[in-house]
Write a protein that binds this ligand. Structure first.
Ligand code: C2E
Ligand code: CA
Ligand code: CA
Length: 861
């Protein structure tokens, strides 16, 4: 047999050689690109360098030209000034005839030397002789130069003794000019007698104009030396005249050999690069094309040679592939061939089944295999799922495909898909069931519900939906741990399932939320009986190890078609009814009623009203005095909030505090209560304490301490006069967190009291571990109080416990004289209640404080 694996390998190798050719060509081109770039860069660098050198050189010669000009002016003026005749005819007396007419200092100075101005300034600094552009004129030198000459004159005179002239560049109306000046002296003429006046000064002025500058520059090999135009200043090739260019600047064109080099060199490099790239491209095309042609011819050669061998091998591979076996049957449906794999996969004997009927082995969901094979126009590419039983008696599932062989019968393959079907079923189950309890989940619930609603329930045979929520489950979870919580949920799930009939559905749709769907119920009575049964079975204690847990449940009921015909609506209505059941005291059930919806709408309105109320000052504070029981002296007061609603009148906190807690408005509300109560208490004439109620939800938001601190600070009240009342649910929710917050609060200096003591779970342990200063016995203890010794002894025990823990014990809800007497007899510390005083508005409370104060002041004693 030829080796079918050999060709793909060598083919791959040859393909990669094409790739290698390409890759090396690309590398080569990349390298060349680098070389070209480097050449370009060097060219530019060289050119720049050349230009810079030339520039420096031409600047040097420009300077030389300027210095030469200065030198020549200086020499000329010196020749004329240090001369006895000039002294005689221009200093001792001014003789114009001698100077101008006889051409001693006349027009030739302009014509031959190019001096536009020639002046003589006398000892009094007056211009006594002036020749402008070769014409004798009477012009003041400094007026013509448009600047003062004082510095030039004094320098020239200073050089009189040493016979040194001075030169300076000036600016005359925008044109730079060179001024040469020298004091007129007798020179070496012994015939002239010098007077003792200040020497006169001879001035030659050379205005630097175009052609003249050009000529000077050319003498020194500087191209186009000229006065710099304003836009040429600040660039290269500029020479400043006078101080920092005060007299103007010169500019010239330096030679630029670099520029020329670039102009020729760069295009040549570019053309060379282009040529190389074109060649590389041509080579690449050729190589690729020939390599591909080679591939193609090789491939076709190989294909034809080994096609037969490959198909044989393929057949063998397919036949012996892991989980498939191949079969053939004759026209009577009897096996005529079974591949070796048959035994491995089915664990049945090939020998035994050859000749036996295929229908005896396999069956489809819908009937026998031969029925399926005889379906007219059956598509050969569609397989069918079949079952058979293996030697161990296990049912297995196999996927069968079949092709007709004309007169010979059928041939096909069988694939074992037992595991696949099994795991698909498992995934389907998991996606529709709750992992913890195994109950159907929300997805399954929706499917089930949609299916049942399609069968159109009637009023006589309604579909009933129960929405069930556990009460008191959270504390179980928190106190006994999550494992215990899980155990409780499992127990409850099986109790619920055992309460309903086969065909009903119990689904778990949330932590402690369940939905039950009942279809075989005749009427309301039956539903109520079922609800009672459900609640009873849930309330039975649940043992977890040593402990016992108690939970109960509330149920909301909605029915189709009476309440709704649509799954989402039914769920919503059942939830609304559940909500009602919970606010109706829990542990009970409610049928959905139309007005429940409007109650919820009403609640929404209250919510948005409350938002407004907090902002716009509709909240009020009442104060209920707290008295020391021993002597009935008022010691403080509890602040209780009310809402003055513009339409509904005064609303009690029990109505709106829960709303505030749910919506998060509680923080704003509580801030207002603290600020107002503290500020108000700070104004009381006596240092009574004030106590405010905190909501458990405030503990969970991080900033309680800061808020209390701010209210204390803003009101200026002494922190020791403030008491915060909190309920034990604060500790139930997050004990370590609560302990932290309480410790920090105590550091502020305030007192903390446990409110509503005795209504909750395990107040005792909390009293011991948390830093409380006081406890308030819930008013239900007094209201329950009969005349028996028993009730009295419970209260006595609480007081004793409080004292043992050094807590101030306060009794709430003192409504009668008897209550008061009893509390006094058990030594309860403090108390509040309608019998002593109802909560008072601020005016009422102020009046009470004033009365108390005057009653106690020594004048009235
Ligand atoms: P609480 O802290 O237990 O407050 C005492 C409640 O008992 C007050 O009701 C008070 O009017 C009432 N009460 C006082 N003496 C007697 C009596 O002799 N007999 C009876 N039957 N009742 C008496 P109120 O003002 O309606 O407050 C109800 C609850 O609202 C308070 O219960 C407290 O939990 C909450 N609350 C009030 N103000 C605030 C507040 O500013 N913030 C927070 N978070 N909760 C507040
Ligand atoms: Ca309270
Ligand atoms: Ca209370």
């Amino acid at each position: 047999m030829s080796d079918p694996t050999a060709s793909p390998v060598s083919f791959a190798q040859r393909r990669s050689s094409v790739t290698i050719i390409r890759a090396s060509l690309f590398k080569f081109v990349g390298l060349l690109t680098g070389v070209f770039l480097l050449t370009g860069y060097l060219l530019v660098y060289l050119a720049n360098d050349l230009d810079r050198t030339e520039e420096a050189e031409s600047a040097f010669y420009t300077e030389k030209a300027v210095r030469a000009l200065e030198k020549s002016v200086s020499t000329t003026v010196k020749d004329y000034a240090f001369w006895g005749d000039a002294y005689r005819h221009l200093h001792l007396a001014v003789d114009t005839d001698w100077a101008y007419v006889s051409q001693n200092l006349g027009p030739t100075l302009y014509a031959d030397f190019g001096f536009q101005g020639v002046f003589v300034v006398n000892d009094a600094d007056q211009t006594v002789y002036s020749v402008i552009n070769g014409e004798l004129q009477s012009v003041d030198a400094s007026a013509w130069l448009k600047q003062s000459l004082a510095t030039v004159l004094s320098k020239a005179r200073a050089g009189a003794k040493a016979e040194t002239p001075t030169t300076t560049f000036v600016n005359i109306g925008g044109h730079p000019a060179l001024v040469g000046a020298a004091a007129i002296t007798p020179g070496t003429d012994p015939a002239v007698e010098a007077d003792d006046r200040t020497p006169s000064v001879l001035l030659f002025i050379d205005v630097l104009e175009g052609p003249r500058l050009d000529a000077i520059g050319r003498d020194f090999g500087v191209d186009r030396l000229r006065v710099a135009a304003p836009d040429e200043l600040g660039g290269r090739s500029v020479f400043a005249l006078g101080d920092d260019g005060a007299a103007g600047s010169l500019h010239w064109n330096p030679p630029e050999p670099g520029e020329r080099l670039l102009g020729m060199g760069l295009p040549m490099v570019g053309i060379a690069a282009l040529l190389v790239y074109l060649m590389a491209w041509a080579i690449l095309r050729r190589t690729t094309a020939s390599a591909q042609a080679l591939d193609a011819s090789y491939e076709s050669l190989q294909t034809s040679q080994s096609a037969l061998a490959i198909s044989e091998a393929r057949f063998r591979d397919v036949v012996e592939a892991s989980s498939d076996w191949v079969w053939e049957i004759d026209r009577q449906g009897r096996f005529t061939y079974l591949s070796e794999r048959f035994e491995g996969v089915t664990r049945l004997s090939r020998q035994a089944w050859l000749g036996a009927s295929m229908d005896d082995l396999l069956s489809t969901e819908l009937g026998s295999v031969s029925q399926w094979l005889s379906i007219p126009n059956r598509r050969p590419d569609i397989s069918v799922q079949c079952r058979f039983v293996d030697t161990q008696g296990q049912q297995r599932i196999t996927r069968l495909s079949a092709r007709a062989m004309g007169e010979l019968g059928f041939r096909g393959t069988a694939t074992d898909v037992t595991e696949e079907v099994e795991s698909r079923r498992r995934i389907e189950f998991l996606s529709q069931h709750d992992a913890l309890t195994g109950l159907p989940n929300r997805t399954r619930l929706r499917e089930f519900l949609d299916g049942k609603l399609k069968t159109l329930p009637t009023v006589e045979r309604p579909l009933v939906m129960l929405s069930l929520d556990l009460d008191r489950f959270k504390p179980v979870n928190d106190l006994l741990g999550h494992a215990a919580g899980d155990a409780v949920l499992n127990k409850i799930s099986s109790r619920l399932a055992s309460c309903v009939r086969h065909g009903d559905l119990v689904a778990r749709i949330g932590g402690d939320e369940f939905v039950l769907i009942l279809t075989d119920v005749s009427g309301q009575d039956e539903v109520e009986a079922l609800c009672q049964r459900l609640i009873d079975s849930i309330e039975r204690p649940i043992r977890i190890g040593e402990q016992e847990a108690f939970v109960s449940a509330s149920i909301g009921i909605a029915m189709a078609p009476t309440d709704a015909n649509e799954a989402t609506e039914l769920l919503r209505y059942a939830d609304i009814a559940l909500y009602e059941a919970k606010s109706g005291g829990r542990n009970t059930w409610r049928f959905y009623a139309g007005d429940m919806n409007s109650k919820i709408v009403e609640r929404r309105r209250l919510e948005s009203d409350l938002r407004f109320a907090i902002k716009h000052g509709e909240l009020r504070l009442h104060f209920q005095p707290r008295f020391r029981i021993a002597d009935a002296k008022m010691v403080g007061a509890e602040a209780l909030v009310r809402w003055q609603h513009p339409e509904r009148g005064l609303i009690a906190p029990d109505t709106f505090i829960p709303i505030a807690e749910e919506t998060g408005l509680i923080l704003a509300l509580s801030n207002w209560v603290m600020e107002s109560a503290f500020r108000y208490a700070a104004s009381w004439p006596e240092p009574l304490f004030v106590s405010v109620n905190l909501s458990p939800t405030e503990f969970k938001r991080g900033n309680l301490v800061e808020r209390v601190q701010r209210a204390l600070h803003d009101s200026g009240i002494e922190p020791s006069r403030v008491e915060l009342e909190i309920t034990e649910s604060v500790m139930l929710d997050d004990a370590p967190g609560a302990l932290d917050v309480m410790r920090t609060l105590k550091r502020l200096g305030v007192r903390i009291a446990m409110d509503d003591f005795g209504t909750g779970y395990s107040s005792l342990s909390y009293l011991r571990t948390f830093p409380f200063d006081g406890l308030k016995i819930d008013r239900s203890f007094l209201s329950r109080l009969g005349a028996t010794e028993d009730d009295r002894s419970i209260i006595e025990a609480i007081v004793g416990l409080g004292h043992a823990l050094s807590l101030t014990v306060t009794a709430e809800g003192i409504e009668t004289q008897e209550h008061l007497a009893m509390l006094k007899s058990v030594l309860c510390d403090e108390g509040q209640g309608y019998f002593l005083s109802r909560p008072l508005d601020t005016d009422g409370f102020s009046a009470l404080v004033r009365v108390t104060e005057s009653a106690e002041s020594p004048d009235n004693a």
